[in-house]
Write a protein that binds this ligand. Structure first.
Ligand code: PEP
Ligand code: MN
Length: 326
């Protein structure tokens, strides 16, 4: 809130009165044209604006309209079935880039579940850069994912690429993923929100944090149960890693906005040898978990084999991430 004083008003008297009302004065600034602005800090008590306007020496009061009120009100903890996602109880989401066959997803799910992983990922609809690359097994793969998750008591997280598939994906998944390429697809965000499920919203490779928050507002405004933010790296001039993992944004969302953030070191770096160090860094920055691509034959993976860990490596990560916070 910004309180503008009338010409000649005594700053200390107004300040005293505002403090008496429960407002915390963060700063007093004089503009180039001589107006005095009293900036009220965010930790202040909520006070009726009419009461503030009635204080002697106050000319006007303005309160910026919040841009993403539903996101601001959401909170940091998210419930997926009986699993809580929040900082200090980090989760691991793991699975292949692409669901390649029923046998493949079943094998990987069994191994991950034995390691304590509760959230199974895998692409049924794949957003490939080239139209000639494999596009995923689609609805059939949703069934395979569901069967693998049911057999291993896991929950499914999978990407929905098109408005037409929101119904089918929500039928088979506990959490809907909006991919990086679709963060700006507002028609899709509205359709996904209407499914009233938790959504994993990946940051577009060229989105500001504010655009990311506003995309989440679209989802919540349309009815999404909750939004979990997934930082997966942004584009920069440097191509020594696939993308640049923006840990500053992770800390900002977690510590300042108090929102749940998952970090995806696989897509952020494109290399399996950087997954473990960046998983630790993610948790140190305030992430509520990591999403890791896993493949049991990465050399022959249909997509993203170079950034996939073996299923057997996930148990150690799961245990050490828990240990890192205790
Ligand atoms: C994915 O997680 O399967 C994926 C395609 O990632 P992104 O949208 O971040 O590129
Ligand atoms: Mn991938």
């Amino acid at each position: 809130m910004i309180v503008t004083l009338s010409q000649g008003a005594e700053v200390s008297a107004v300040r005293r009165e505002l403090t008496r009302l429960g407002l915390w004065v963060a700063s007093v600034e004089t503009t180039q044209v001589g107006d005095v602005h009293v900036v009220i800090g965010p930790a202040s008590t909520r006070v009726d604006l009419a009461l503030v306007r009635s204080v002697a020496g106050v000319a006007s009061v303005s309160e910026p309209t919040p841009q993403h009120p539903r996101v601001d009100a959401q909170g940091a903890a998210v419930q997926i079935g009986d699993l809580t996602i929040a900082p200090h109880s980090p989760v691991v989401i793991a699975g292949p880039c692409c669901v390649e066959s029923e046998a493949q997803i079943m094998r990987i799910a069994e191994s991950l579940s034995a390691s304590g992983v509760k959230l199974l990922r895998g692409g049924a609809f794949k957003p490939r850069t080239s139209p000639y690359s494999f596009q995923g097994h689609g609805r059939e793969a949703l069934l395979w994912l569901r069967r693998a998750a049911d057999a291993t008591k896991m929950s499914v997280v999978t990407e929905v690429l098109s408005e037409h598939d929101v119904g089918a994906v929500s039928e088979h998944a506990e959490m809907l993923q909006v991919g990086s390429r679709n963060m700006h697809n507002y028609a899709l965000l509205k359709a996904v929100g209407k499914a009233q499920k938790p959504v994993l919203l990946k940051r577009s490779m060229a989105a500001t944090v504010e655009e990311w928050l506003l995309a989440a507002e679209y989802l919540l405004n349309a009815g999404a149960a909750t939004v979990i933010f997934c930082e997966r790296g942004i584009r920069t001039f440097d191509d020594s890693t696939r993308n640049l993992l923006d840990l500053g944004a992770v800390a900002l969302l977690s510590h300042v906005h108090k929102l749940p953030v998952i970090v995806d070191p696989s897509h952020a770096t494109g290399r399996r040898d950087l997954i473990v160090p960046l998983a630790y860094a993610a948790l140190a920055a305030g992430a509520a978990g990591v999403m890791i691509e896993v493949h049991d034959d990465p050399g022959n993976a249909v997509s993203d084999g170079a950034q996939a860990l073996a299923p057997s490596q996930v148990a150690a990560i799961q245990a050490s991430l828990r240990g890192a916070l205790s």
